[in-house]
Write a protein that binds this ligand. Structure first.
Ligand code: SAH
Length: 354
């Protein structure tokens, strides 16, 4: 991200090296800011010449030399030659003069290859999206979005941005992961900046790793903007800290999308029961009875505090507090539905926070 500072340039000498297309916008903006503008260039476009003729700028009609920077507060390196611009920047730096680069973005960056940004959207409240995530959404040409992403944030998208919904609705419509990967790669190949927008953090049960590999394997530049994971944010929304000094020394996040006795399950529930960490269960509403039983069978005290938070950090948020022995029934009676996070461990009942 580029930092933006407001600098008062009124009446201060600024040197713009270069006098045609790339320089024009800089000159206009500097004049608006009240700077005293000197253009250094052998040739200039008509508008610049006119400004000089009208006494609004100074025009030094020669090619750049270091002496042109004398007295300047700011240098704008806006020639058409990136090597000359680099030289200007070096000379300016040696004199502690700030430089603005007027280099055009290389056209192959915009025209031929786009890029993919995997943006973690947090648990559902747009306020919990990062600033980098917001900036990516604002700039995107294409946004490939999920159901659990904070969809209100799509209002920040450009009006002409293409928004593609690839939600995997449990038991409903869904787009295969191969198709999602293909969409990301194809749009980026056509030169677009593509945001892959999803809930929480893309790398926490978000298949972000697969998407990143698909892009990089196809030669598409891709990077990740981390998100606030619901594993931490949903408990936090009801004042449950996943770690607490004197209560535990860690937390373990697991997926309960398959029950403990399922051949696909790779988790050792007896080890989890003894781990001494808080357990944070995602995708575990349907499987909660079987998971609670496996933990108790593995040696966990049935009186261990537990809480389930549905729609965490959203207006429809709901929480049920119980113990690992009673949480499954309590959640069912309260009508808890996905998405929900369950926390098991002493942190779920810290006095003073409830
Ligand atoms: N990448 C996401 C998790 C995706 S798996 C993240 O980091 O948060 C989907 C599971 O996340 C849901 O089944 C649920 O367990 C959890 N989840 C996502 N958003 C949630 C929310 N707002 N409140 C509670 N749980 C949520």
């Amino acid at each position: 991200m580029t930092a933006t500072y407001r600098v008062d340039l009124a009446g201060r000498p600024v040197v713009v090296v270069g006098g045609d297309g790339p320089a024009l916008g800089h000159i206009a903006e500097l004049l608006d800011a009240g700077a005293s503008v000197t253009v250094v260039s052998e040739t200039v476009v008509a508008t610049v010449e006119d400004l000089a003729d009208r006494g609004l700028i100074f025009w030094h009609r020669h090619s750049f030399t270091a002496a042109d920077l004398d007295d300047a507060w700011l240098a704008v390196a806006a020639t058409a030659d990136p090597r000359i611009n680099a030289t200007i920047a070096l000379e300016a730096e040696a004199r502690r003069i700030l430089t603005v680069s007027g280099d055009a973005v290389p056209t192959d960056d915009i025209a031929t290859t786009g890029r993919v940004i995997l943006v973690g959207g947090g648990p559902g409240d747009p306020g919990l999206l990062t600033l980098a995530g917001k900036e990516a959404i604002e700039k995107a040409d294409v946004i490939v979005t999920d159901r659990l992403a904070p969809l209100a944030a799509l209002r920040w998208a450009r009006p002409d941005a293409e928004i593609i919904d690839v939600a995997k609705v449990p038991g409903g419509r869904s787009t295969t992961q191969d198709e999602i990967n293909r969409l990301l790669v194809e749009h980026a190949k056509s030169g677009k900046t593509v945001v892959r927008f999803k809930g929480g953090d893309s790398f926490v049960f978000g298949r972000g790793g697969e998407e990143l590999i698909a892009c990089l394997d196809s030669g598409i530049p891709a990077h990740v903007v981390p998100g606030v994971t619901s594993a931490i944010a949903a408990p936090a929304a009801v004042n449950i800290p996943v770690t607490h000094r004197g209560v535990n020394q860690g937390f373990t996040v697991i997926s309960g999308h398959v029950p403990p006795d399922d051949p696909e399950s790779t988790l050792d529930y007896a080890a989890l029961a003894r781990s001494g960490t808080s357990l944070v269960l995602l995708m575990a509403v349907r499987t909660l009875p079987a998971i609670a039983t496996a933990l108790i069978d593995g040696g966990m005290d049935p009186g261990t505090p537990a809480a389930i938070v549905a729609d965490g950090a959203m207006p429809s948020q709901q929480v049920v507090r119980a113990t690992v022995g009673t949480i499954a029934d309590a959640a069912r009676e309260a009508g808890i539905k996905a998405p929900a996070v369950t926390v098991i461990g002493g942190v779920a009942a810290i006095e003073g926070l409830l």
